[in-house]
Design a protein around this ligand. Structure first.
Ligand code: GLU
Length: 330
């Protein structure tokens, strides 16, 4: 593949008609590719809506875009608002899963499944009919069980989650936004219902209020694209992180990445896998993180969401990234 900058556009020519899947990332071309992606996606501003279920998210400027890529050999490339902190929301479910697996190992799977749900992320429907075992750790019910594992085994669980995430990114400024957390709590009727149902069906160990408090707070963590790309580096690098030496991530990457591929983008995960071809996790703050195993981690942020709750520009940017670089898991 060759990439040439002509005026403001990149022309990408593929010397082989049948390109090799998952090529090595050409880091020299990456700055130009990121510029091109930025230019392409900002034309799509206005095609979605920012999350508005709490005031702190509703007032975010919708026309923002940032992207950061971190290679396993520690090179970083970024464009736009890559250092602006935003609400990570459901991306936090990835970190609590890592922490809970670190604490209880495979016992976690006695309480949570590993199948896509095909339902909205905050649906209660399957939970009741499937005996209180949530389909996967990325829908809200499953994420609450994962958080409950941490809550039931920690003196200060929200603090533990906050510090675990900050240690993964290497940035101590990554903290819970208390205003966002209070907003989650005040409007979290469906989440409160899910937690009560889980408790009623015997799948919460801690008190409902304690698990919910942690869940609302983890969703309210703020991080930038750069922080996120660093924090998930271990999932691209066989569990190794340059920031957190004590994380036991070996062997976890294959499992967590497969769950992201099948369950990471709500009920739009099939289309995302088709278009992008990378395991990923999104959040309603407009962030999406993705992994190219053995090569790089990437985080993208643009607050306007589609009907499923996924960032419009974020999905497009990742699709263009894998297209321009010929990197995907397929
Ligand atoms: N705090 C949100 C909720 O639990 C997170 C939603 C999301 O990012 O998917 O409803």
């Amino acid at each position: 593949m060759s990439v040439n900058l002509q005026g403001n556009t990149i022309s990408i020519t593929d010397q082989n008609t049948h390109h090799l899947a998952n090529q090595m990332l050409d880091t020299q071309a990456l700055p130009m590719i990121l510029q091109q992606i930025h230019q392409d996606v900002i034309e799509e501003y206005g095609k979605g809506n920012v999350a508005d279920y709490i005031p702190a998210l509703a007032k975010v400027n919708p026309h923002q875009f940032g992207m950061a890529i971190r290679t396993v050999d520690e090179q970083e490339f970024s464009i736009g608002a890559a250092d602006t902190a935003f609400s990570i929301q459901s991306i936090s479910k990835l970190f609590t899963l890592m922490l809970a697996l670190d604490i209880v190992g495979d016992d976690l799977w006695k309480r949570v499944g590993r199948e896509p749900s095909g339902m909205r992320f905050n649906s209660l429907v399957l939970l009741d009919s499937e005996g209180g075992i949530p389909r996967n750790p990325f829908i809200n019910a499953g994420a609450m069980v994962v958080t409950d594992i941490i809550a039931a085994r920690s003196a200060a669980p929200a603090r533990r989650i906050e510090e675990f995430i900050a240690s993964l990114s290497g940035n101590d400024a990554n903290r819970i936004d208390q205003l966002v957390a209070a907003g989650e709590q005040a409007t979290g009727y469906r989440n409160i219902a899910i937690a009560n149902l889980l408790k009623g069906m015997g799948n919460l160990e801690a008190e409902v209020e304690q698990t919910l408090d942690c869940y609302f707070k983890q969703c309210a963590m703020t991080m930038s694209c750069r922080d996120l790309a660093r924090a998930i580096e271990c999932l691209a690098n066989r569990g190794r992180s340059h920031f957190k030496s004590s994380f036991h991530g070996e062997k976890m990457d294959k499992r967590i990445n497969s769950l992201m591929l099948t369950c990471g983008l709500y009920d739009a995960v099939g289309n995302f896998a088709y278009n992008v071809g990378l395991p990923a996790k999104s959040g309603v703050g407009g962030g999406i993180v993705a992994i190219c195993p053995g090569q790089y981690s990437v985080a993208v942020w643009a607050p306007e969401l589609d009907h499923y709750g996924n960032s419009v520009l974020g999905q497009l940017a990742l699709e263009k990234l894998t297209f321009y670089t010929h990197t995907s898991i397929f």
